[in-house]
Design a protein around this ligand. Structure first.
Ligand SMILES: *Cc1c(COP(=O)(O)O)cnc(C)c1O
Length: 389
């Protein structure tokens, strides 16, 4: 199945990357749980030599990633952070990176504690304002790294506007597309050079795999990243690749339901007397709404909200009182999750910076799953009534 580009997103999700197995006709890509491949004579083989370099199950998944992001080349890594690390390894000491200021905590930690000491210089800016990206550029800038929507504030960056700044200067633009998934946003179409995913989240979708992905349409970029993947070895394993191939087949259905449920719950929260501000890019009042409408197909199932009064104890009680929403870090699975960023995912961010960003003590993040929206709303209602008197 080579040419899928003209087909709908759902058809592509079902068929991306997979062909019947040529030796048996098996419709599902087999799990090639093998480290090596027998050669007929020295250098005479079927295209497969050693599974760090290539593995047929991983290769099927990698081409599925490329297909879904409308790119040409995909790579699957052991985790999202391993994928980010691979991009940063293309840089040399003295090179500069402009990074979004509201990033996944682990990404900022990797930049600060591992790459900065190796001589890479980071400038963290508010990428919601592309002019701030432009003014941070020097002749050493090699990479712009951003997320849209961001975690947990759901901030939106105009990808095309940033690409307009980076492209003519030969600076790579990498977009972490984890929150949107390719069903809602395909950054390469807006001028990004590299798309990254924590596959752990929506692409895997079933909370059973940790994996990362990089996708590009540029042969030179792919060649560099592929060399790093092989040299450094942080590859995705065959069984995990199989699980994600399986997950991708329902990505369009899952995302559709995440969006439907997200929309209902965001509006319900917004009208709730005990709830303050609700962060969801689908609201017309959201500062990034117009850009989100332009570059996304829908607004997703990630929502953050504050309880009125921003009381820490009430927030902690609320997240511990839900029955269907599981209290856990991570996101993007079929089951709904709830968490308290100030005490959990963003605890390493100093309190005053959290306050500056808007992550208050009463701030709660939910990943809306694919259950029935009415059940999820009833669950939140009972938890709010227990926590907020
Ligand atoms: C989880 C996450 C990551 C890190 O991915 P892992 O698979 O956990 O290594 C990076 N970016 C975003 C937006 C994430 O949510």
């Amino acid at each position: 199945m080579n040419e899928l580009k003209h087909l709908g997103k759902g058809t592509r999700a079902v068929h991306a990357g997979v062909e019947p197995d040529p030796s048996t006709g098996a419709i599902m890509t087999p799990i090639f749980q093998t480290s090596t491949y027998v050669q007929e004579a020295v250098g005479v083989h079927k295209g497969w030599e050693y599974s760090r370099s290539h593995n047929p199950t991983r290769a099927a998944l990698e081409s599925a990633f490329a297909e879904l992001e409308n790119g040409k080349y995909g790579l699957a890594f052991a985790s999202g952070l391993a994928a980010i690390d691979a991009v940063l390894k293309t840089l040399k000491p003295g090179d500069e990176v402009i990074a979004g200021q509201d990033l996944y905590g682990g990404t900022a930690r990797l930049f600060r504690t591992n790459h900065a000491p190796m001589g890479i210089v980071f400038h963290f800016v508010d990428t919601q304002k592309p002019e701030l990206v432009e003014s941070a550029i020097t002749d050493k800038t090699k990479l712009v790294w951003l997320e849209s929507p961001t975690n947990p504030l759901m901030q939106i960056t105009d990808i095309a506007a940033v690409a307009k700044i980076t492209k003519p200067r030969g600076i790579w633009l990498a977009v972490d597309n984890t929150f949107a998934s390719p069903m809602l946003q395909r950054p390469l179409e807006h001028g990004a050079d590299i798309v990254m995913h924590s596959v752990t989240k929506y692409l895997g979708g079933h909370s059973d795999v940790v994996m990362g992905a990089l996708i590009t349409e540029d042969e030179q970029i792919d060649a560099q990243l592929r060399t790093i993947q092989n040299n450094c070895g942080a590859i995705a394993q065959p069984f995990d690749s199989f699980l994600v191939l399986r997950g991708l087949k329902t990505l369009h259905l899952r995302i559709e339901r995440h969006c439907q449920n997200g929309r209902k719950i965001a509006h319900w929260l917004q009208s709730h007397p005990k709830i303050g501000k609700v962060y969801w890019p689908g609201f017309e009042t959201h500062p990034g709404h117009e850009v989100a409408k332009k570059q996304m197909d829908d607004f997703g199932g990630m929502i953050a909200f504050e309880i009125h009064g921003n009381n820490l104890e009430q927030a902690k009680k609320l997240v511990a009182s839900t029955q269907l929403f599981a209290l856990a870090e991570s996101l993007g699975g079929v089951e709904s999750l709830i968490e308290h960023p100030a005490a959990m995912t963003h605890a390493s961010v100093p309190a005053e910076i959290r306050a500056q960003l808007g992550i208050s003590d009463g701030f709660i993040r939910i990943s809306v799953g694919v259950e029935d929206a009415d059940d999820l709303i009833a669950d939140l209602e009972q938890a709010i009534s227990i926590a907020v008197q």
